[in-house]
Ligand binder design. Structure first.
Ligand code: NAD
Length: 348
């Protein structure tokens, strides 16, 4: 049996193995456990090195690096966002990431993170929903039925106990795909023809669309008192989903303000508009939902600590399994200073 702690090799989790691992654990159990990992890390937030992600923008998309460290481990994710990709048969978002040991600087895990990003984003959304959604919420509107959408639905079922999802996408084929994927998963699934229809009777509204430009997925008159909005898709400068008036009626909760003010829905607001940091809600230092009529908004952009939690969860869970390969990515000369000699000897 392979062991991930063999120093000369770096365990690598491929897409195939990630899918195997998630199926082996069970998607709902994995989402619940991931949410718990993210929550535990948010509760020790001040410990982490934090920086807004480093973004490289082009006309068609963005490529980003997302680093963090808790002093013991260092992690980063490479991720892209290219809304035009699906028309070319490619994913909008792909990712991979790495964990390293801070003491030696040696990598201890390399992993695909396209699947894992969908899992961690959904787990984080549902975790935030657990704190902010109205008590007893049963129904979620899911607007944008692309790659992330079913993960979001399953996480809100597993973590928050919702039993009904109301789906809408401008592309009916995307909605039909999501209906197919979610059928038989213990949810009542309703396909809707408009966003307005989707949010009717929903206590939680998730927006998860992809566009290079600012869109208005929700207008002010569509959002009634008391709902929780989980806004996932607005995550880049010039890329938002909500009308600014909704933001002014909402109490806004964010991951890391320095990053969200640049990338999130709140880029539409003044730089000093009050927001609450989620880690403070989780530690009890700040309040979450305080009334039934309050509109709570998670202005999600995705933060490095969530990826760090997810990578550590994977590292823990591959131990003793066959869901990884050993990568020969560390030169390991017998004499650490004899790297050149190792090259010479390799000629055979
Ligand atoms: P995707 O391209 O697979 O799906 C997006 C869907 O949105 C498509 O089906 C598209 O038809 C639909 N859509 C576009 N405009 C719409 C509109 N006006 N109304 C209804 N539907 C509309 O993308 P994905 O991988 O599911 O990602 C969705 C978004 O989430 C992207 O913008 C991505 O950058 C973002 N994202 C955020 C996080 C985070 O942590 N916040 C993590 C991952 C992805």
């Amino acid at each position: 049996m392979l062991t991930p702690s063999d120093k000369a090799y770096v365990p690598f989790v491929s897409v195939d193995n990630m899918m195997g691992l998630i199926s082996h654990i069970g998607i709902e159990k994995a989402l619940v456990e991931l949410a718990a990992e993210v929550e535990a890390d948010f509760k020790r937030w001040p410990l982490f090195d934090k920086t807004p992600r480093v973004a490289s923008h082009s006309d068609v998309g963005v490529i980003e690096l997302m680093p963090t460290s808790d002093g013991d481990m260092y992690g980063f994710k490479y991720v892209n966002g290219h809304p035009k990709n699906t028309k070319e048969g490619l994913q909008t978002v792909t990712a991979f990431g790495l964990l390293a040991d801070v003491q030696s600087g040696y990598p201890v895990l390399l992993s695909e993170m396209t699947m894992l990003t969908a899992m961690r984003t959904a787990a984080t959304s549902a975790l935030v929903g657990k704190y902010l959604a109205p008590k007893g919420a049963t129904t979620m509107a899911m607007i944008g039925n692309g790659a992330q959408s079913e993960f979001q639905c399953m996480a809100f079922k597993a973590v928050c106990g919702i039993d009904t999802v109301r789906l809408y996408d401008i592309d009916p084929a995307a909605t039909a795909k999501a209906v197919r994927n979610l059928t038989g998963k213990g949810l009542t699934v309703v396909a809707c023809k408009t966003a307005q229809e989707a949010i009717a009777g929903a206590q939680i509204i998730t927006t998860c669309t992809a566009d290079k430009a600012s869109a208005t997925i929700l207008t002010d008159n569509m959002v009634g008192a008391g709902v929780h909005i989980n806004a996932i898709g607005g995550d880049c400068p010039g890329k938002t989903e909500l009308h600014g008036d909704i933001l002014k009626r909402s109490d806004i909760f964010v991951e890391y303000p320095e990053q969200t003010r640049v990338e999130g829905e709140i880029q539409q607001l003044d730089a000093d508009h009050p927001v609450t940091e989620l880690w403070e809600v989780m530690t009890g230092a700040a309040t979450g939902r305080t009334s039934e009529s309050q509109i709570t908004l998670f202005d999600s952009v995705g933060f490095a600590i969530e990826d760090f939690s997810a990578l550590r969860y994977v590292l823990k869970n591959i131990e003793g399994t066959a869901f990884f390969e050993q990568l020969d990515m560390l030169a390991d000369p017998d004499d650490p200073r004899d790297l050149f000699g190792m090259l010479e000897r390799s000629k055979g």
